[in-house]
Design a protein around this ligand. Sequence first.
Ligand SMILES: Nc1ncnc2c1ncn2[C@@H]1O[C@H](COP(=O)(O)OP(=O)(O)OP(=O)(O)O)[C@@H](O)[C@H]1O
Length: 227
Amino acid sequence: MCMTKVSMSHVKKKYDNFILSDINFQAKEKEIIGLIGENGAGKTTLLKSIGGINKIDFGTIKKDFKELGFCFDSIPFPEELNILQLEHVFQNIGINWDTQAFWPYIKALQLPTKTPISNFSKGMKMQLNLCISISHHPDLLLLDEITSGLDPLMRRKVLRLIKKYVDQNDCSVIITTHNLNDVVEICTRFDLLDHGKIILEKSMQNFGPENLEKLFEETVQKAKLGE
Ligand SMILES: Nc1ncnc2c1ncn2[C@@H]1O[C@H](COP(=O)(O)OP(=O)(O)OP(=O)(O)O)[C@@H](O)[C@H]1O
């Protein structure tokens, strides 16, 4: 049976000038869900609501995951440390941490282990963030624009790593991205957001980047015209 990791029902989140409204959304085990939409559509707000980082104003979120992993744009660890030092800290703070899993990820992405993290590029920090997140063995992984700022080769490596993690674990992933190739390459489903609403949800069978872009444009255009 395919387990649901998170289920949202009629969720609303209000900011002064924005409402995420009437969100009904489910993520099931093994799904990799791409959240797409124009700038300011509400992708990060939705992701943060799922992760409990945002307090919702209305509706319910049923959480059936055991361990949450997430990567948002801020780095939640001390940047003056290098990877060797940071890994030592994780080993010793008594959290769910798998050293054996962590080092092969670092090796695969060729991240330097003795350079202070403060000297890493934005892309390198994102990669490290991902390696740390999946070394806690999350069964729900939230990734906010994980591929932005990555060169094409590194982007491919990161996507492969995410896909492999899902293949080998009972995990579901929700990823926000502006790169529709990310969705085509690893997602099993996408949800298109527009002005705080999910206006389209589709399984990824038979979509290439061109027809996904066309569908994106047409659906957003129709929503703007109120059709
Ligand atoms: N903490 C906040 N306080 C007030 N408004 C916010 C806050 N966070 C986000 N917003 C607003 O909510 C709306 C949706 O923002 P969000 O970051 O979720 O969009 P997004 O789809 O992820 O955009 P992008 O693709 O540009 O990253 C925007 O209008 C933004 O200004």
